[in-house]
Design a protein around this ligand. Structure first.
Ligand code: EPZ
Length: 420
């Protein structure tokens, strides 16, 4: 497995462009299964997870056409299988997103249970319960979700017990072709949910309330193809902003959206960053100052995103003062803490809170990535450490960060990839 070698202690300084959002691209690619004609998706990021979703569609008989800019044309009319095999699902939990579309368009689906992952058990019971309420007969057996419905799904008034991003997305896609009206209460408000809804509306779906906690979908008989451009990745944006702040540097991120990062920008300002924003760019300047430690609590959008908790923990390890970070979304998203303590961080976990006392410097060390965002936080720790850090198992990184070492090199970082 490839490794990343980082010689830390360099202040990041430069400009990068942000790619399309992974967590918007994945549900939109699944939504192409709903359309009777071809869908063209633009601004897809070059990521392993995107390739996995293309493979998943391919194994169902849907042959995407990819152009040189990685714009993808998907015509699902060639589908011949409604099964998502474990070999693919085990590498990407988001495969569960084909369940709703397959049920709604073809009346059947067989999707391997994603299973747990490094950050928690991550069940899909809320997806299943909601689809059952819409008339689906769903059995969970032999590690598979086997679903079918006679005729079409029926609209229902649903109350999601927990805010679930892909659960909301699965139901919204299924409801688009159901008979009648579906109301999703306690819906996820993430920008990626809004992006999916806008794409479904471009296909002819009737959806209102997306972005609020109550989404209303009036089912239609069919959905047609469209051309849709995926929104910028707010998590990639935040990750690079935090990396620049942690290294006391400066960065301008372009092709992004500041309006969907308000909680993160506020925390970066509390850490001492000067931030300026434009319509599609954000500029962060530390002026050589060491960041101040910040405290925060993750929660569903618009609160501080769980996907940036590990990155802020890395910033706190070398900040001035002490900070506490509480994780309320996942039950085990502190896998990076042990690795950071091996780099000299003064860090401890109590319950669902990580407490950090900032130190003047970290020491580089060989560390191991466990999940996508923990990997990014270890790279940030390596960037600020005063010696060499080797990050192993970086396939996690390649799932969610496009050309990460090239973008960091553009910012002046001494980072290189070495094959295992
Ligand atoms: C999405 O995962 C994102 N992935 C995650 O990003 C993100 O961390 C998460 O939302 C929270 O924002 C994609 O969009 C592809 P949830 P998802 O359902 O939908 C529990 C990344 O790094 N739950 O909102 O799987 C669940 O266990 C990834 O890009 C149930 O109990 O997350 C968790 O504790 C990591 N039963 C909480 O709800 C269910 O049926 C929120 O999970 C569904 C969820």
């Amino acid at each position: 497995m490839d490794k990343l070698i980082i010689e830390g202690g360099v202040r990041l300084d430069g400009e990068i462009r942000i790619a399309g959002a992974k967590n918007s691209a994945l549900p939109i690619m699944a939504a192409t299964l709903l359309a009777k004609s071809r869908v063209v998706i633009r601004n897809l990021p070059h990521l392993f997870d995107i390739t996995t979703m293309l493979e998943l569609l391919g194994c169902m008989g849907v042959q995407p056409i990819v152009d040189e800019k990685l714009n993808v044309e998907i015509d699902s009319s060639t589908i011949h299988s409604f099964s998502a095999p474990y070999e693919l699902v085990k590498t990407m939990r988001a495969s569960i997103l084909v369940l709703g579309p397959l049920l709604a368009r073809y009346g059947q689906a067989e999707v391997a249970l994603p299973g747990g992952c490094a950050i928690g058990s991550r069940p899909v019971d809320l997806h299943i319960n909601a689809l059952r309420s819409m008339g689906a007969d769903i059995r969970v057996e032999d590690g598979y979700v086997r679903a079918k419905v006679d005729g079409r799904l029926r609209g229902a008034h649903l109350f999601m017990d927990m805010v679930t991003v892909t659960g909301t997305e699965n139901v919204m896609m299924a409801a688009s072709l159901a008979v009648g009206k579906t109301v999703i209460e306690n819906a996820a408000k993430e920008p990626e949910v809004i992006d999916l809804a806008e794409c479904l509306i471009a296909m002819g779906a009737q959806i209102e309330g997306h972005g609020s906690d109550t989404i209303v979908i009036e089912g239609v008989a069919e959905l047609t193809g469209c051309t849709y451009s995926v929104m910028p990745d707010r998590i990639e944006t935040g990750t690079y902003l935090i990396a620049a702040a942690a290294t006391c540097g400066r960065i301008k991120v372009k092709d992004t959206r500041p309006d969907i990062l308000e909680a993160v920008l506020l925390k970066l300002e509390q850490a001492g960053a000067d931030i300026e924003v434009g319509e599609n760019w954000i500029e962060l300047e530390m002026g050589g100052r060491r960041p101040q430690a910040v405290s925060l609590r993750t929660a569903p959008y618009p609160a501080f995103p769980t996907d940036m908790q590990a990155q802020f923990t890395a910033l706190n390890t070398i900040a001035m003062g002490s900070g506490s970070i509480t994780e309320t979304v996942f039950e085990n998203r502190f896998m990076h803490v042990h690795e950071m303590s091996r780099m000299g961080a003064r860090i401890k976990v109590e319950g669902n809170t990580v407490f950090v006392d900032g130190v003047d410097a970290l020491k580089g060390a060989p560390v191991m990535a466990t999940d996508l965002r923990a990997s990014a936080s270890l790279i940030i720790a390596g960037l600020v450490a005063k010696s060499q850090t080797k990050v192993d198992r970086i396939y996690h990184i390649d799932r969610g960060y496009e050309c990460i070492e090239e973008k960091l090199q553009l910012l002046g970082a001494k980072i290189r990839r070495v094959p295992a």
